[in-house]
Design a protein around this ligand. Sequence first.
Ligand code: GLU
Length: 381
Amino acid sequence: MDNGQVTERSQLPGCKRIVVKIGTRLITGDATGLNTTFLDSVAQQLAELREDGHEFIIVTSGAVFLGRKLLALRKSEDSTSLRQAAAAAGQPALMRHWSEALSARGLKCGQMLLTRDDMRDRSRYIYLRNTLETLLDKSVIPVINENDSVSIEGITFEENDRLAAMVAATARANLAVFLSDLDGLYTADPRVDCDARQICRVEPDQDHSAAARGAGGPESRGGMTAKLAAAKMLADCGIPAVMASGYTDRVILRIVDGEQLGTFFVPGRPVQGRKLWIATAIHPMGSLIVDKGAVRALRNPDGASLLPIGIVRVVGRFNAGDLVSVVGPDGDEIARGLSNYPSEEVALISGHHTREIPDVLGHIGDDEVVHRDNMVLVTGD
Ligand code: GLU
């Protein structure tokens, strides 16, 4: 759907730094296994937007698909090691094509291959952020993919949508554009349901997960659910996102110009510094199950910290300073934050008043289990 309307997107303040995520099915296409026309068109649009001072980071899929072609793997041949080998073989080809398309338009690029561990560890995350900043400062476009060939099964990004969202948050981007062969979020899968309607705008606390389920296809690992989760994560960080079809003519230029294409995800309140990392870190080390009163206090706009009195149960083992998830009585994740106490101590002080902490633990400790300054609220998804 392309209704050509101009929306408030055009008034996005300083939409300077943009992450463009490109799905496998846009990259692939012709007999050689690569849609060079599409890559050229993206490079051309970025070159034009660069003239207006925009900066770009590309998050690109396609290595596994290209590698499978190069290794002449049959559809039935699929295993973790074959996928990782395919990624190793396909990534140089993918990168060569990006490099050619961009350099033909006077744009420099640099490859970054990331694993989830690079984001989990805060010091590695800071190195990553600095490298991104330095590349952008030197007018180099970072071209990023997951380092699939060494990613450990079970702790991969699984799809590049999440990777793109984390990169956008890490680089403090002003906009993330998710391009795929679907032109945004629909009320149902438009390929099977002719009553499906496009959703043009998603507010930060709106839940469209049911609509997203099932959309996607054989070459893409993410589908709509992954894109929705990624866009929601960005909304929690205060970064706007657009999901649109890469087949739409000059789609990136038009989105940056403020045209309403695809689905626009309205950002929540901006999150800064350490909180950005907390909002995007994938795996909390444990969970704190809290009561209704604590949920109310945390959701209060004045922003309370999590005190021991509101904690009902502790799940998992973690150390002081580790990332934990705060979960309400219904099982919904309410917030994420850094625990001031290790799990054994949280278990001991749970349900107690703050003033009782020294007696229970035998030493003085922080009043809060998770301080507000180290906490990010999670919206429903
Ligand atoms: N990293 C994978 C690749 O390059 C893509 C994962 C995805 O489909 O999002 O093939």
